[in-house]
Design a protein around this ligand. Sequence first.
Ligand SMILES: NC(=O)c1ccc[n+]([C@@H]2O[C@H](COP(=O)([O-])OP(=O)(O)OC[C@H]3O[C@@H](n4cnc5c(N)ncnc54)[C@H](OP(=O)(O)O)[C@@H]3O)[C@@H](O)[C@H]2O)c1
Length: 291
Amino acid sequence: MDSFSLGTHTVGRVGFGAMQLPGPGVFGPPRDHEQAIAVLRRAVELGINHIDTAQFYGPNVANELIREALHPYPADLALVSKVGGKRDDQANWLPAQQPDELRADIEQNLTTLRTDRLAAVNLRVFGGHDPSAPAEVDRELFDRQLTAMIKARDEGLIDGIGLSSVTVDHLRIALDRTEIACVQNAYNLVDRTSQPVLDLCIEHDIAFVPFFPLGSGFAADNPVLGHPAVVREATKFGRTPAQIALAWTLSVAPNVLLIPGTSSVAHLEENIEVRDITLDDDVKTELDDAA
Ligand SMILES: NC(=O)c1ccc[n+]([C@@H]2O[C@H](COP(=O)([O-])OP(=O)(O)OC[C@H]3O[C@@H](n4cnc5c(N)ncnc54)[C@H](OP(=O)(O)O)[C@@H]3O)[C@@H](O)[C@H]2O)c1
């Protein structure tokens, strides 16, 4: 299957994540402005119609680059953002979890991206010790957050509500109240702690959009691209480790949508080729067992 529904939108299974476009540490302007613009334009040229972003990437930088490169947007382009965090002057990542902050962040995204509505916005839950791992449910706050997200959707600011960095409990509570368009949790070949969340998404036909599919840009020793099984299969098939890792992620389930992040046109072109790669059963089994 080449596409899947993301709420009311249908998107190709290989999209693009804009987090690598700002400067080092996802802070400040890009190292190479023209290259960042070229990556975005090439993504659309290659048929990508799902771009993931956040106002706090930069902050403002990723959204401003997207607007500069792509506005007016192609009709089929699904722009998806996330709210729930902010940055300070020292580049720290801080929570901004109160409902009024979520609302202000949605409105800020619309302004920066110069659009009337977004295909979906993820409520990014922060709260645990590890910022990339889901925190336990704060029921009182989560209910108020959902109310704010439902209001934004009902007022037409966003087409769909997404959830990010959530547990199975979050997703069940949210589904009792409303439709969920997508879930975005960390997930890759070596980190499958969100498998139960993915399984629940499969059960409900909800798009699961893994972040860090390539092991992230933060890790000094990339645990995915340097994994021996990934390197071995890449060598065997004349593919790159990134292509093998992404092909494995796509093979996990039809509702998995990729948003690999890159600041390089060459890497983007390499990553998009994964649309044409099918892993044989024995290769998939070997990679399944790799974690
Ligand atoms: N919801 C959340 O909390 C959350 C958290 C993190 C990320 N995200 C979203 O998920 C997207 C993906 O995650 P991510 O960008 O953090 O990590 P990622 O996609 O796992 O990895 C990005 C890293 O891989 C490198 N890379 C990309 N393509 C490559 C290739 N073909 N060969 C070798 N290296 C390659 C990039 O460097 P180059 O720039 O040099 O290519 C960058 O260092 C983000 O862009 C963002 O939109 C969401």
